[in-house]
Design a protein around this ligand. Structure first.
Ligand code: 0PR
Length: 380
């Protein structure tokens, strides 16, 4: 650090230079990210609550009231307005909290969790942090978790089973209804990772898309991850964790002697209220209709993209169930496709299972971007 500070103008000049090196979702060139341009209403609300700390909610009672309302609204969206939870940093923290609750409620020696092979890597972090044995269930031929494989992995030490509503790589929805039946019968904690699908499946249903059941309307579902900073259009970091029962939060409580609350069940202590304010504002501002419009557009563009990819002679890994398209080429490796398109300014990503080019049609992606992308794809 320098001994003397520099002028504010100079600081911002230097910052601009760094900013120039960043990509922006606005360009429509980022096709491999689950994040998007935050909605302006969310941003405005976010900046209004920058100083509020939900780690000490007695000082920020307005923000705390908003968090309660947001949790109830997200619960209603997911089939049960009477749920308990928090607005946190994202899907990783939500999944860690769910696994921690499932472990703590049982308090057994050598606890195990069963996750689909397609699960997000946050479950590996959870298993490591919480000393859980991670068992991976196989997928069926459409890349959803294979129920028989899950059944075979269940033991007396299984503290949680995980199902995914919108897998990270392919956007697939696991057969959560069947998982719910199993977990209900065997009294096993069922966590649904709907970090990606939570803000789209309910609205697609409202639009008549006939999506599979995945939420608290199924009696076996104990907790759900739903991320406002993905399809919810909130600024990062904004995640959500919802539990069916308050006892799941209680088993994570630690005493917080000098704070305005007596116990805390979240992983982080100091916790921004800005994310909560942004989510509250967006839920109010957009309403069901606003989110329906956004999701409908993403799905229409997904189908346009998927059709164009097939017309260009490439193969889809699977028909898209949500707004993710994965494809391969017969005579070209996925990494060569992404490399050639990267040279043309497209930021894509690669799915690991199966190896494929992966595109997420987030709300910042417009029709003109899809058409320009398809032209470039044809040219390679
Ligand atoms: N669960 C699912 C199903 C996810 O897809 C993700 C992240 C998580 C949990 C973890 O969420 P957080 O990253 O909020 O903790 N999925 C994306 C991924 O890993 C996140 C992402 C977003 C990656 C933007 C890249 C990017 O540019 O692919």
């Amino acid at each position: 650090m320098d001994e003397k500070g520099i002028s504010k103008d100079r600081v911002f000049e230097l910052l601009k230079n760094y900013k120039k090196r960043d990509m922006t979702h606005k360009s429509g060139r980022i096709l491999g990210s689950m994040c998007t341009c935050p909605h302006e209403v969310g941003l405005q609300a976010y900046t209004m609550f920058l100083e509020s700390n939900l780690g000490d909610p007695g000082l920020f009672q307005g923000t705390k009231a908003m968090e309660n309302e947001v949790i109830a609204t997200l619960g209603e969206l997911l089939g049960n307005g009477n749920v308990y939870g928090h607005i946190i940093t994202g899907g990783t923290e939500a999944n860690i909290m769910a696994m921690r609750a499932a472990r703590n409620i049982r308090r057994i020696k050598d606890p195990e969790i069963i996750v689909p092979k397609s699960a997000h890597f946050s479950f590996k972090k959870a298993a490591d942090i919480l000393s859980l044995k991670l068992k991976e269930a196989q997928l069926d031929n459409d890349y959803r978790v294979d129920i028989n494989s899950v059944k075979e992995l269940i033991s007396d030490n299984t503290v949680a089973i995980v199902g995914i509503a919108g897998t990270t790589e392919l956007g697939k929805i696991d057969p959560i209804e069947e998982l719910s039946d199993i977990c209900n019968e065997k009294e096993i904690f069922l966590h649904v990772d709907a970090a990606f699908g939570g803000f789209s499946i309910p609205f697609l249903n409202q639009l008549g898309y006939h999506m599979p059941k995945f939420d608290f309307s199924l009696p076996g579902v104990s907790s759900v991850t739903i991320d406002p900073h993905k399809m919810g259009l909130a600024p990062i970091p904004t995640g959500g964790i919802l539990f069916r029962d308050k006892s799941y939060l209680d088993v994570m409580n630690v005493e917080t002697p000098y704070l305005t609350e007596e116990n805390q069940s979240t992983i982080v202590g100091t916790r921004t209220g800005a994310s909560t304010a942004a989510t509250w504002a967006l839920l109010k501002y957009l309403g069901d209709e606003g989110y329906q419009k956004i999701v409908k557009k993403c799905m229409e563009l997904t189908h346009l993209l998927a059709g164009g990819i097939k017309d260009a002679g490439f193969q889809l890994v699977t028909e898209p169930q949500l707004n993710i398209v994965a494809f391969t080429g017969e005579r070209i490796e996925p990494c060569d496709i992404t490399k050639r398109l990267d040279e043309k300014g497209w930021a894509l990503s690669i799915a690991s299972y199966p190896k494929a080019v992966r595109i997420i049609v987030m709300p910042h992606v417009k029709k003109e971007h899809i058409l320009a992308f398809l032209e470039d794809l044809k040219s390679i």
